[in-house]
Design a protein around this ligand. Sequence first.
Ligand SMILES: Nc1ncnc2c1ncn2[C@@H]1O[C@H](COP(=O)(O)OP(=O)(O)OP(=O)(O)O)[C@@H](O)[C@H]1O
Ligand SMILES: [Mg+2]
Length: 221
Amino acid sequence: MIKIKNLYKIYNQNKADELQALKNISININKNELIILKGISGSGKSTLLSVISSFTKPTSGVVICDNNNISKLPDRHASIFRNKSIGFVFQAFNLIDELTVYDNIKIPLSINNNTDIENKIKTAIKQANISHKSKQYIKNLSGGEKQRVAIARAIVNNPNIILCDEPTAALDKNNSLRFINILKQLKKTGKTIVVATHDSLFDELDFVDRYIDIEDGKIKP
Ligand SMILES: Nc1ncnc2c1ncn2[C@@H]1O[C@H](COP(=O)(O)OP(=O)(O)OP(=O)(O)O)[C@@H](O)[C@H]1O
Ligand SMILES: [Mg+2]
C-alpha cells in the first residue's frame, strides 16, 4: 500500500540552515497494516507523514502510495490524490469552529462530484462515535469530541490510508483510550493506518502490526 525507497527530505537545501530531516528511509507498509511511528521530538515523524500524504515533496527517493507515484506529483494532482486516498488526523484537530459537526465532516466531500453524501457522513460519524453531536457547533465540544469529529472527517471519503500525527497529544487518558479503540475498529475495516506518537498508551497494543522507531531522520533497525 505504501512503498518508500531511499527517501531523503532536506529542508533549506544548500542554505546555511540546511537540515536533513529524513535520511535514506526505506519502508514497505502492507494493506491493512497498523504502524506506530515512534521517536523523540524532531526525529522526523511529521515530515514522514507529510511526505506520505504528498503535502511535502521528497528531496530524493521514491514514494508510492495507493498505486500513485507521489514523489513528483504536481500540486494539483497531489491534492486530488490526497482527497481520494488519504485521511489525515492532526494533533490540533484543524476543524472549523463556526461550522457544525455535520458540516465539518462534509468538507472533504465537497471537493469532488460526490454522490450519496448523506449516507457517507452517517457512516463516518457513526464509526467515529460522534453521531449524538452532529448538529452541535465545534466550539461547544470537548477536546475528545473534537478529535472524534476529526476522525469522522478523515474517513468520510473512505480513503485507503489513514495518517495520524500525535492524535492524542491534546487528549486526557480516557479520551486517548477511546481514540485507540476507534483505531482498532478502523483496522477491522481494512484501512492502512500510520500513527506518529510518543504517547506510551500506544505501547504494546495487541492489534498493532509494527512499531517503527525513527531517530534523527533514520529508521532504527
Ligand atoms: N518546514 C520546515 N523547514 C525547516 N525545517 C523543518 C521544517 N519542518 C520540520 N523541520 C525540521 O525537521 C526536523 C524533523 O521535524 P518533524 O516535525 O518531522 O519532527 P517530529 O518527529 O514530528 O517532532 P515532534 O515530535 O516534535 O512533532 C526537525 O529538526 C525540524 O526542526
Ligand atoms: Mg511532529
